[in-house]
Design a protein around this ligand. Structure first.
Ligand code: ZN
Ligand code: ZN
Length: 396
């Protein structure tokens, strides 16, 4: 295995992100942003904080120095985060008997003289919180700040996060390549006679062996189970002469992989050739995938990418069996903006990264999905996954 060098997000990138957020907060007339443990905190500081009940919170006043509040026992981790280590955010450790909400509100207090022409310093200006901040924290903050309206941090972060820089795309590319190797490895078999759950465990091991820091999911849907897009791998044993959907992904350097191929398990010496119905559906899904990829360029509406795939499938009479949107953004989260779905009129920007994963699901028979991660570029899009997309027949 060749170990490619992982791009590293330089510390001053976090400074630039924090500065842009402060500017966006001022434009929005918001007092500040509160990011709990999760992807938004990581995006702004590089800190992958543990998701526990003690409050970890980055407080970004619209005009003031960001403070990372961390429980005392995790303060060293917080201080090691790139943005904190480089001095772009101060770290405030709180002890078990402290009131972390009071500290967060203190850190939010801004100096009115620093904000000419904005309302950010007004006691009633809005507070934007990260979308995954636990309700226990949000409700307590609302109780303490009864005059403030609350909104979502995504209001100022989603456009920033959607336009990935080259280092972020580089990490997504490494993750995609690692996932491709894991998927290719599992198709070499053995598969026949093994349970979905057993194969799923092997895929998780392979995802890590190929370079992921952790495996996130490994869907193995065999035979009729392949018609359930989010099938939970179970005790069913894989047979010769059936389709198997493999949808796998993990995290590498904070960024996700997510790839799907649908293979035909023929058995030893190609015992059972692919069912003609399978071959036909697989080819249709391949065409839908290609049609969607071909539409990708900056300025195109998200819904147009979905429509490109859906039109191919609908024209062939299978529209009702394509039961989900064509794709989702991917980055620090496996599912994030932009969502490629009917009704989403947002326009793609260069640097947006997302899945394209049309599928057709024939209940009680089989399903087919082909999923790749695609980066929107100024010219042609870059497809990060490189596995074959033609019908993939294996001995198993
Ligand atoms: Zn997937
Ligand atoms: Zn996906």
């Amino acid at each position: 295995v060749t170990v490619a060098t992982r791009p590293e997000i330089p510390a001053d990138r976090y400074a630039a992100r924090l500065e842009r957020v402060r500017g966006a907060l001022r434009s929005a007339g918001a007092a500040g942003l509160l990011a709990g443990a999760g992807p938004e905190l990581r995006y702004l500081t590089g800190y992958a904080a543990p998701l526990l009940e003690r409050l970890t919170m980055l407080v970004v006043p619209a005009d003031g120095r960001p403070t990372l509040l961390a429980p005392r026992l995790e303060a060293m981790r917080g201080e090691a985060a790139p943005a904190a280590a480089a001095g772009y955010a101060g770290v405030a450790a709180w002890d078990e008997t402290d009131d972390p909400y009071a500290l967060a509100i203190q850190a939010l207090a801004t100096r009115p003289e620093g904000m000419p022409g904005t309302r950010a310093g007004q006691p009633d200006s809005r507070v934007l919180v990260s979308g995954n901040l636990w309700a226990t924290h949000v409700l307590e903050l609302q109780r303490r700040l009864p005059d403030r309206a609350f909104g979502l941090a995504a209001e100022v972060l989603r456009h920033l996060r959607m336009a990935k820089d080259d280092d972020e795309v580089g990490l997504l590319r490494l993750a995609a390549e690692a996932a491709d190797r894991a998927l290719a490895g599992i198709t070499a078999g053995p598969l026949v006679g093994r349970t979905e759950a057993d194969v799923s465990r092997e895929i998780r091991d392979r995802l890590v062996a190929e370079g992921h820091d952790e495996a996130s999911f490994a869907i193995v849907g065999s035979g009729p189970n392949s018609a359930s897009p989010h099938h939970e791998p179970g005790e069913r044993r894989i047979q010769p002469g059936e389709a198997v959907v493999l949808d796998i992904g993990g995290m590498l350097g904070g960024y996700g992989s997510d790839v799907t191929r649908t293979i035909w398990v023929a058995g030893r010496d190609r015992q059972v050739d692919p069912d003609p119905a399978f071959t036909e559906i697989h080819e249709l899904v391949r065409q839908a995938n290609a049609a969607a990829v071909a539409t990708v360029r900056p300025g195109v509406r998200c819904e147009a990418v979905d429509a490109a795939a859906r039109d191919v499938i609908t024209a062939a009479g299978h529209g009702a069996e394509f039961i989900h949107r064509v794709g989702h953004g991917i980055g620090l989260e496996t599912h994030e903006d932009p969502y490629l779905v009917g009704g989403n009129v947002d326009r793609l920007v260069a640097g947006a990264t997302f899945s394209i994963e049309p599928g057709i699901y024939l209940a009680d028979r089989f399903g087919v999905r082909i999923e790749d991660i695609v980066a929107c570029r100024d010219g042609d899009p870059e497809v990060l996954n490189a596995l074959p997309r033609d019908a993939w027949v294996v001995d198993g």
